[in-house]
Design a protein around this ligand. Structure first.
Ligand SMILES: [Zn+2]
Ligand SMILES: [Zn+2]
Length: 136
């Protein structure tokens, strides 16, 4: 089901994107890679098909890492301001993990689950009303 188009971008405005996808999932990911690149206890991951992510402006840089589950994860960021905008995850079909905090309307991101709580820092308050998505 398509929703209205929602737009987002980086801090400086060089990278802009939009999507009309209902998220497959909206996760707070506490994995150590997400922590390191986001500078926070978790990353707000708005998961959609990659084909549903339209780049309106800019050409973000990418840095590809193997996740601990063996997937290529290309983390995209603005060349000028360094903001994370999305990640592209190879699952054979192309998944985008959009930075939910990069939407112009941040309330569009509503987390439905926690992910990788085993690496959450011990000062992090966990919302126990959220489901915990198992490691797949
Ligand atoms: Zn930027
Ligand atoms: Zn993560």
């Amino acid at each position: 089901m398509a929703t209205e188009k929602v737009t987002g971008g980086c801090l400086c405005g060089e990278v802009r994107f939009e999507t009309d996808a209902e998220p497959i999932a909206a996760l707070l990911c506490h994995c150590t890679d997400c922590q390191r690149v986001s500078g926070s206890a978790y990353y707000a991951a708005y998961i959609t098909p990659l084909a549903k992510l339209t780049v309106l402006k800019g050409d973000p840089a990418g840095y590809t890492v193997k996740s601990d589950r063996g997937r290529d994860n290309t983390r995209r960021f603005c060349r000028t301001c360094g903001s994370r905008v999305w990640a592209e995850i190879d699952r054979g079909q192309g998944i985008a993990s959009i930075n939910g905090m990069a939407f112009d309307d941040a309330s569009h991101f509503r987390p439905s689950a926690n992910h990788r709580l085993e690496t959450a820092p011990n000062w992090c308050r966990i919302d126990s009303d959220l489901a915990e998505l198992p490691v797949d």
